[in-house]
Write a protein that binds this ligand. Structure first.
Ligand code: ADP
Ligand code: MG
Length: 357
């Protein structure tokens, strides 16, 4: 996967205000990243620097091979026009121009006016029947869709959206969220600043800022977390069986893109990958033990209490293991009398509750 955005030790100061402090991360082409964090944490500053609207105080920002901090005014204008599609919280539509004309105005700035293409862009965001409306005749969600159509006309490498649903009601928000999903599915790279937990969950990754710093290096989506758990389980089971966790073996067990997932897990210091073999770190080992425990406790519960057939027990437990809290884990364990093995005879790692049980 190609890296599209590379942010290295980025710092931005406005006088004595430090809006961003030593922020580093990368984004792959095709990724959808949600940038979250409280008001004033530097989200807009980050988006503006990536989009070439502000200059970094120090550090480096590369987008699609361009070192944005090194560009002069003219080069910045070209960079924005060629590589970036902006979507703002305020839609910034020209009130006396129709929907179609607003999109064509943006084309004009890119010197590519083409009515058919502008109309196609509007149809793409579901506004084929609103071409001749003025912004005031559109709902907030529709106005934002015009803004997105406008952002797409230059086929930007990177879509930057700053709280695109911030001014919308729930129904319109859902429409924009669906549109972001479609753009992501079509292969666009999207960085979206948002307070919306729904967008946070749908994105591939979340980047959390606090006081201009990365609060968490990178927080992964729930889906990623589940992938991590499944790989941790597989590596743990290899350990139980006394065999090495070869990356190749994990691959054949059917994980989605295990090399990439293992790379992220290495970033989080859950595993170390050496000589094509994955090993659990202490941190990874603790987490793997907890997942294995939840999985096998769930299997026990389903078999003993609900008499769920063996053929279904594993897949049910795979779902359940992600939603059992530590408290529920202990309650189930105590309820079952602190079982030592799962229905298939594999050991259930003891929990805190087992010591006094
Ligand atoms: P967010 O988008 O997360 O709410 P911002 O990036 O807008 O945060 O702002 C981060 C910090 O930088 C805030 O303290 C804000 O007041 C300050 N800041 C942003 N832009 C400017 C500016 N042009 N001049 C001075 N201070 C600014
Ligand atoms: Mg902001």
């Amino acid at each position: 996967m190609a890296t599209l955005v590379q942010v290295e030790q980025l710092t931005k100061e406005f006088g004595t205000v430090r809006a961003l402090a030593d922020v580093s991360f990368t984004v792959d082409a095709g990724e959808w990243i949600a940038i979250m964090g409280p008001s004033g944490s530097g989200k807009t500053t980050l988006i503006n620097i990536l989009g070439g609207l502000e200059m970094p105080t120090s550090g480096r920002v590369r987008v699609d091979g361009t070192d944005v901090g090194k560009l002069d005014e003219r080069q910045l204008t070209r960079y924005r026009a060629e590589k970036i599609g902006f979507v703002f919280q305020q839609f910034h539509l020209v009130p006396y121009l129709t929907t179609l004309e607003n999109v064509m105005l943006a084309q004009y700035f890119h010197s590519i006016t083409n009515e058919a293409e502008a109309a196609a862009a509007l149809r793409r965001v579901g506004l084929g029947d609103r071409m001749t409306h003025l912004p005031a005749q559109l709902s907030g969600g529709e106005q934002q869709r015009v803004a997105i159509a406008r952002a797409l006309i230059n086929q930007p490498k990177l879509i930057l959206a700053d709280e695109p649903t911030g001014n919308l009601d729930e129904a319109n928000e859902q429409i924009i969220v669906n549109l972001l999903r479609e753009l992501h599915a079509a292969g666009h790279t999207i960085l979206v600043v948002t307070h919306d937990p729904m967008i946070g969950r749908l994105a591939d990754r979340r980047i959390e800022l606090a006081h201009g710093r990365l609060a968490q290096i990178i927080v992964f989506s729930a889906e990623d977390e589940e992938r991590f758990d499944h790989l941790l389980e597989q590596i743990w089971i290899c350990g139980e069986e006394g065999i090495t966790a070869q990356v190749e073996r994990i691959r054949t067990l059917g994980s989605v893109d295990p090399v990439r997932t293992l790379g992220r897990m290495a970033d989080l210091r859950l595993v170390e990958v050496r000589d094509a073999e994955a090993r659990l770190t202490e941190h990874g080992s603790n987490r793997a033990r907890d997942v294995i425990r939840r999985h096998r406790l769930a299997e026990r519960l389903f078999t003993d209490t609900f008499a769920i057939p063996d053929s279904e027990v594993h897949s049910q437990a795979c779902k359940f293991e992600h939603i059992i809290s530590p408290e529920l884990d202990q309650k189930i364990c105590t309820f079952l009398g602190h079982p030592k093995t799962c229905p298939h005879g594999n050991p259930i790692p003891p929990g805190a509750c087992c010591a006094n049980g």
